[in-house]
Design a protein. Structure first.
Lengths: 323, 323
């Protein structure tokens, strides 16, 4: 009881301060705050009951960086190297042979098909518990090739503040990503404050088995669900069963999630993070092979969705930049 | 702020009273309370942090009745009758023809295959929003053939108290049922206090489409997932990503969920509802075609799981029995 009161007092103190200190005082920040105040003001025509305050966030390029390639691809490559002694055939089989030679460009030349093949070879064949440990061990030390920072430090400070601000206002925050659901779950609670049951992602099938008298879930080399593009509203309905009130993305892969969110009744909020800061982060949009934002940018303009201009709107990008 | 304080005071008053008034003071009730107190006492070796307090409940036969047949089957039959004018061929096609003649026994003679065929014919072909409205309209008036009560009154009062008791102690309560996920979501929040994002069930596939400029999710006549037996731990991992601390079921279809729960580290709680009360409810177990409890009963005894003897342990079964 006492600790709840303390929490309430702390919460009210936090609300009095600027909830989004890493956002510059631009129209973007104001649009976020205006939306949150509208939907949380009782008696307002835009009021949304707490149970319906669902906010969905893409991960790659929206909550953490995705250049020079999706971070999960680094995991895949490292796993191929680690598993290579058990797979002597990989030396002569693409795309594995290129990975083992360190030629990542050739490894990825096969496009989505090659990536899925490598994902299967590295994400299946373990139990769910074993896989969780493999990811946890890897992410604890995996560093970004350009910044040298831990990958878990490559998260956008303004977006962490936004997640916390929404939660302080009664929102349930979900991640809805093309990335692997079990990959993200390992670090999302600690890094983003999003618990495993609020992570939606791509997945492979699992099978329940009793092994040596102990039940396990075995990860199978068979696709279950691709949580990208038109898959995102499907994943949202499957896991949440309620249409988001707010959705946040950065690429054409998020467009259908934003369309689905915007089409709900009443006030909705759709936001695109536009990567415009080549100095502090990266600048890319319509022509990028990773995180392409083309149709989405047009639709955001046509529909009046909020677009973050990273260079203009974010006072800092990463926490490690300092104050 | 003020309303939160009032809520806190109400909550503490409620905790002081008996949280399970519809349970007789038997060893079963004591086992539940002992478990909850152990895992919520800070400093106890059995303490479970709030984020990990996941409790999963089967629905049919565990939270509401399932005799003389699964309530969703009544929905299927009523939908077949409602859709019959658009399907003249059903008059001569089994199992539809038997349903239209009112011969439900023959309709179900085809077993699971016939049931899935009828489920597809009645659950697909609409958008998710249309389907939600169809179920909502139906469940608002659907009554039980024996008691004449609304189906939503056929819920077990002791289990409603148990759900609330667990939530008051920081548990997140989930439903994990072989029933249709979108069928249950329509009433589970109001009836059980379980929001749509905490419902796990069987499902058909959906497809995202833009229709007349408006995005919709179309329900397809294609199985997506059967959330029963060995599917239950798979569904739990997919949706929750965390092993339950407590699991509640009533049939062999729940056995794998209980096994998966019991095999976690630390204190876990597994409970079977045993239907032993032919007078107030129904009495069935090893030989029943619906909700068979055979292997599960043996395993519960062997492992020391808690078994509710409905006749002995429940002071009342349904709220409509009165005090």
């Amino acid at each position: 009881m006492r600790s709840l009161l303390v929490l309430l007092l702390l919460a009210s103190a936090a609300l009095a301060a600027d909830p989004l200190p890493s956002w510059n005082d631009t129209a973007t920040k104001q649009a976020i705050i205006t939306f949150v105040e509208k939907v949380t003001t009782e008696g307002s025509p835009d009021f949304v009951p707490p149970a319906e305050r669902i906010a969905t966030f893409d991960n790659d390029g929206t909550l953490w960086a995705e250049q020079p390639m999706y971070f999960q691809a680094f995991f895949i490559f490292d796993r191929i190297k680690a598993l290579a002694p058990k797979h002597p055939e990989w030396k002569d089989t693409e795309p594995f042979a290129s990975v083992l030679k360190g030629d990542l460009k050739s490894a990825l030349a096969g496009g989505e098909h090659a990536l899925i093949e490598m994902a299967m070879a590295t994400h299946a064949g373990t139990t769910t518990e074993e896989f969780e440990k493999i990811v946890a061990d890897w992410i604890a030390t995996a560093r970004h090739p350009k910044t040298g920072r831990l990958l878990t430090e490559m998260v956008y400070q303004p977006m962490l503040e936004l997640l916390a601000y929404l939660r302080a206002n009664g929102f349930k925050t979900f991640i809805v990503s093309g990335g692997g659901i079990e990959f993200m779950r390992v670090f999302a609670e600690e890094v983003y404050g999003v618990p495993p049951e609020q992570i939606i992602g791509s997945s492979i099938k699992t099978r329940f088995e009793i092994r040596d008298g102990r039940p396990v879930l075995v990860r199978l080399p068979e696709l279950n669900f691709i949580d990208d593009k038109a898959g995102k509203p499907v994943g949202i309905q499957m896991h949440i069963g309620r249409r988001p009130v707010a959705a946040f993305g950065n690429s054409d892969g998020d467009l259908q999630m934003l369309q689905w969110t915007a089409a709900g009744k009443g006030t909705r909020f759709c936001l695109y993070v536009h990567h415009t800061d080549a100095e502090r982060e990266w600048a890319y949009d319509r022509e990028s092979s990773i995180g392409r934002l083309d149709k989405g940018l047009d639709e955001a303009k046509a529909r009046g969705w909020t677009v973050v201009d990273m260079k203009r709107d974010w006072r800092r990008v990463f926490a490690f930049e300092g104050q």
